[in-house]
Design a protein around this ligand. Structure first.
Ligand SMILES: [Zn+2]
Length: 351
């Protein structure tokens, strides 16, 4: 079968690879749809995982197949799997956890000491034809779901986890810095939770237009200072919560913190390209909270599926392009690293 494997920095190839075989306790899924994530672009650019380093929970050496946001149809189940019907449309939670470390025992499986991801660290991936995954990673999707909706559960779970980290309440005001897939996913999750006003600060015209169409106050930070705007619309107080979904460095983190009201919370939900200088004394006098958000738990995944199923969240407007697996390098990864940065949000690989 065809699989997009990462051989090194800037070197991903559509290789002819062996079809994976089902084992006891696993499920074989024929991939129907897979999303391209910003982290796929980072992996492509830097290939930070040595090919000869096997992840302790997967035990495989590289090159690994890319793609961790995917859905598909169950083609086969292994011995001991009796609650997942063949033919079912499923989404796969790609995050790995050992289940035994202190973080896992606390229930914070996203902070597992042996954290890793199917589609990053091995175990197959979404940019291929078949994957074999542990049965516990599989979510059978309710009636009405499509493969495209299924592939969007993973990025929305990243967003929902960050919203939960912010402790924002109904009727409050949020600032989201960055209107990419995660920033706009945050917007959808915040609106679904009844947050009254979501300000999205984004430089791209098309992404800003999409944010506005989805109910945000969309501002161009080169024309409108998001900090001043957040204060203006909250009677001088500032936003109750903010999110840095851009991770540029001081240019995106500092306004996220400054736009907060006293006692507000900012959540870093991006990899940072630059370090940020920081005065902890500011936290003392304002009781602002700065925290982070990493991936998601099983409960986040389940909650997103419920919210999409009952219509509280409709992520389809985030999909700006659909391509074939054969074209993933040129029409997907190369596009998103070039002009597509401004024009695209989520590109889906469909079969
Ligand atoms: Zn663990």
């Amino acid at each position: 079968m065809l699989g997009l494997r990462l051989h090194g920095a800037g070197d991903a190839r559509l290789d002819d690879i062996a079809e994976p075989e089902v084992r006891p306790g696993t499920v074989k899924v024929r991939i129907a749809c897979a999303g391209i994530c910003g982290s796929d672009l980072s992996l492509y650019e830097t290939a930070p995982i040595p090919l000869d380093w096997p992840h302790p929970l997967l035990g495989e050496q590289g090159p690994h197949v890319l793609g961790h946001e995917f859905s598909g149809h169950v083609s086969e189940v292994g011995d001991g799997v009796d609650d997942i019907p063949v033919g079912a449309l499923v989404a796969v939670q790609p995050s790995l956890a050992d289940g035994t470390c202190p973080a896992c025992v606390r229930g914070e499986t996203n902070l597992c000491e042996q954290s890793g991801f199917i589609g990053v660290n091995g175990g197959g991936g979404g940019f291929s034809e078949y994957v074999v995954v542990p049965a516990h990673a599989v979510f059978v999707l309710p009636d009405g779901f499509t493969p495209e909706l299924g592939a969007l559960i993973e990025p929305l779970s990243v967003a929902l986890h960050a919203v939960r980290q912010s402790r924002i309440s109904e009727g409050q005001t949020a600032l989201v810095v960055g209107g990419g897939p995660i920033g706009l996913g945050l917007l959808l999750c915040l609106r679904a939770q009844g947050v009254a006003r979501v300000i999205v600060s984004e430089v791209s015209t098309s992404r800003r237009a999409l944010a506005a169409a989805l109910g945000a106050d969309a501002v161009d930070p080169r024309e409108t200072d998001p900090v001043a705007y957040a204060r203006e619309v909250t009677g001088g107080q500032g936003a109750d919560a903010s999110f840095d979904a851009a991770g540029v460095g001081p240019a995106t983190f500092v306004p996220a913190v400054e736009a907060l009201r006293k006692g507000g919370t900012t959540v870093a939900v991006a990899m940072y390209h630059e370090r940020v200088e920081f005065d902890p004394g500011m936290l003392m006098v304002t009781e602002k909270t700065c925290t982070g958000s990493f991936a998601y738990t099983r409960d986040d995944f389940r909650s997103v599926i419920e919210a999409v199923a009952d219509g509280r969240i409709d992520p389809l407007p985030l999909v700006t392009k659909r391509i074939r697996l054969e074209d993933v390098l040129e029409d997907g990864i190369a596009l998103l690293r070039g002009d597509g940065r401004d024009t695209e949000v989520k590109i889906l690989v469909t079969s």
